[in-house]
Design a protein. Structure first.
Length: 341
């Protein structure tokens, strides 16, 4: 009888062990099945800015905090991406055709940048906080994605550094040195000679450079740029000269009558606060008559029109100016009041 007890006991122990192991395995399987799935948050795709025909495409872009922007040079000439004013400044250095530069924006704000080789090339990147409303559809660019399930936005950045306008020397020297390093010091004579061969583009580039250097002192936002006379002058320079090539300006001058008339009108606007009809001098006896005549017969007429007046009928032109002088004398004598009948 004893010979049968051991095998049966061993078999029972083996069976019990199998049940325990099987139960543990089954419990492990159930625990794995019941575990929560792991969530992965997709990062926003980099926004792409090709550089084509000496221009950033697009020149204005909106992204979110944490998103990257990649600039790719598709021109035959080198470029840079260099900030002029930004919450965090950066500089790509010179990169040639086929090369790219990528920057990840970690702080919200407006980033203004330009190409240090070609200062007339400018662009902006507006970086919105992740908690802010998404950009409008017409602001979306290829390659730009909106963040989902993003982490809380970082704390607001510290107070920005001194603006270039508050430091006129740095505001003028920094763009100059950046241009010299990117366009001259780091490039061979042959490449620079090739640049000069495209003289119209070369000159426009350097005009834009000097415009940038002068901006802190005479730009539209400066104290001088907002002064009554200088403000009008600087607005005209921005619109008609700094932002246009020499060939375009030469084309304007070839239509000399229109060109001269437009500049007469500009000087008229500059002088208006001081000698215009509504100014103290313009309303004063004598000078008021003179300014009315200037408005009617000179400021609003082209040079050719004035020459025609003199050539076609010199006696009438002389008599009209004699009459003006007489009216000035009468106005002065009467204190500005019209003489009685």
């Amino acid at each position: 009888m004893r010979t049968h007890v051991v095998p049966r006991t061993a078999a029972a122990l083996v069976a019990a062990t199998g049940l325990l192991l099987g139960g543990a395995t089954a419990a492990g399987a159930m625990t794995h099945t019941a575990s929560a799935p792991t969530l992965h948050t997709a990062a926003a795709k980099p926004a792409m800015v090709p550089i084509e025909k000496n221009a950033f495409m697009p020149s204005a872009l909106t992204v979110t905090v944490g998103q990257a922007v990649t600039w790719t040079n598709e021109d035959d000439v080198p470029h840079t991406v260099t900030t002029t004013s930004a919450p965090v400044k950066f500089d790509s250095g010179v990169f040639a055709k086929g090369k790219s530069f990528t920057y990840t924006f970690t702080q919200p704000g407006l980033y203004k940048y330009y190409c240090a080789v070609h200062p007339d090339m400018t662009g902006t990147v507006t970086v919105a906080d992740k908690g802010a409303p998404a950009p409008k559809p017409d602001q979306d660019m290829p390659g730009m994605a909106h963040e989902t399930g993003a982490a809380p936005a970082a704390a607001p950045p510290a107070a920005p550094a001194t603006k270039p306008a508050d430091d006129p020397i740095s505001g003028a020297v920094n763009p100059f040195m950046a241009h010299m390093q990117s366009a001259h010091f780091s490039r061979g004579p042959g490449a620079q000679v090739q640049d000069i061969a495209e003289f119209d583009t070369w000159l426009k580039t350097h005009e834009a450079l000097f415009r940038m250097m002068l901006d802190p002192e005479v730009g539209p936002s400066s104290a001088l740029g907002q002064a009554p006379m200088a403000g009008v002058f600087m607005q005209h320079m921005d619109a008609a000269h700094w932002n246009r090539s020499p060939m375009e300006q030469a084309s304007d001058i070839s239509n000399f009558d229109t060109w001269n008339k437009s500049h007469l009108a500009m000087f008229r606007m500059m002088l208006d606060p001081f000698v215009g009809k509504n100014s103290a001098l313009g309303a004063a006896p004598g000078t008021g008559v003179f300014m009315q005549h200037m408005d009617a017969a000179h400021w609003s007429k082209s040079v050719n029109g004035q020459v025609t007046d003199i050539v076609d009928d010199a006696p009438t032109w002389i008599s009209s100016h004699q009459a003006m002088l007489q009216m000035m004398a009468t106005s002065l004598a009467s204190g500005g009041h019209s003489p009685g009948p």
